[in-house]
Design a protein around this ligand. Structure first.
Ligand code: G
Ligand code: G
Ligand code: MN
Ligand code: NA
Length: 253
């Protein structure tokens, strides 16, 4: 496949780049973090979203190298923002195929050291399906990442299996509530009840709750009333280049 052979060259040719989608705390109304979202600037096809190449990165095992590149790139960006007096927490997505990478935790530690970063600024997101595939390995990995001081968030919460079980079993710091609940919230009392339940459990377990895919002020108001801590989505901002995000931060700090 052409795309696959192109992918082998993508890192060396510096075709990958990272966009940052802002996250706002509902209590303070401040920007407190961002999610790092990978893009591939393909020489002929233009900018490709992750859905078009992450599966291929995973199948080919290139996700290990690409994932390490993302960590290093985000750390360099975090260091630049910290040096500019605007420290921000950034979350990086981890794929199932990165979990067996025995060197991953050492790589994270090395990047934090080299860029002189406080580990609390670097968060990792893992999906429930990742945890389900190999729960023991996932638990060990999560514990190792957290022992570096990096928070770990459970991504796409609520749409997978055994949500409640995993919420109790794995030592997460945060829960990212799937956008499907957010989109139905205003219309459907049942979805509000679900969010209320998630928040109640998260509070009892001392975990932060972030709602994804927040598109309107109305949704944000409901989420605030329900006790959700942070929101991410078009209402806060689309995934944007680092220079745009720093502009937003400068405006409010
Ligand atoms: O940017 P977009 O919303 O299209 O991203 C879709 C999904 O792609 C994200 O929710 C995430 O699961 C995945 N993704 C984005 N960037 C990365 C990355 O750097 N590594 C991995 N493993 N997945 C990513
Ligand atoms: O990590 P994850 O796979 O959840 O990535 C978030 C995905 O959701 C990305 O593909 C991003 O483009 C998308 N997204 C981000 N904000 C919004 C939003 O407000 N509404 C919708 N419909 N999609 C969003
Ligand atoms: Mn994510
Ligand atoms: Na998600």
């Amino acid at each position: 496949l052409q795309l696959e052979s192109d992918l082998h060259q993508a890192i060396a040719r510096q075709e990958f780049f990272v966009l940052y989608q802002p996250q706002r705390a509902l209590e303070t109304q401040r920007l407190v973090g961002a999610e790092a979202l990978l893009r591939w600037r393909h020489p002929e096809r233009g900018v490709l979203p992750p859905i078009q190449f992450i599966p291929l990165l995973e199948e080919t095992g290139l996700i290990v190298e690409a994932g390490r590149w993302v960590i290093d790139t985000v750390c360099a960006q975090l260091a630049a923002w910290s040096d500019a007096g605007l420290p921000l927490r950034v979350a990086i997505n981890l794929s199932p195929r990165q979990i067996p990478d025995d060197g991953l935790v050492d790589h994270i530690a090395e990047c934090l050291r080299r860029h002189r970063l406080p580990s609390a600024l670097l968060e990792f997101e893992i999906t429930e399906s990742l945890a389900i595939r190999d729960p023991e390995r996932a638990s060990t990995m999560i514990a190792a990442i957290r022992s570096l001081g990096c928070p770990v968030a459970l991504d796409d919460f609520g749409v997978g299996y055994a949500s409640l079980e995993y919420m109790l079993q794995f030592p997460f710091d945060a829960i990212k509530l799937d956008m499907s609940f957010v989109h139905r919230l205003v219309e459907t009392p049942v979805d509000r009840a679900i969010v209320r339940g998630v928040v109640t459990m998260a509070d009892a377990l001392d975990k932060r709750v972030i709602a994804e895919g927040v598109e309107t002020a109305r949704q944000a108001d409901y989420l605030h009333a329900l006790g959700v801590d942070e929101i991410q989505g078009w209402h806060v901002g689309k995934p944007m280049p680092p220079a745009d995000l720093i502009g937003e931060l400068r405006k409010e700090r």
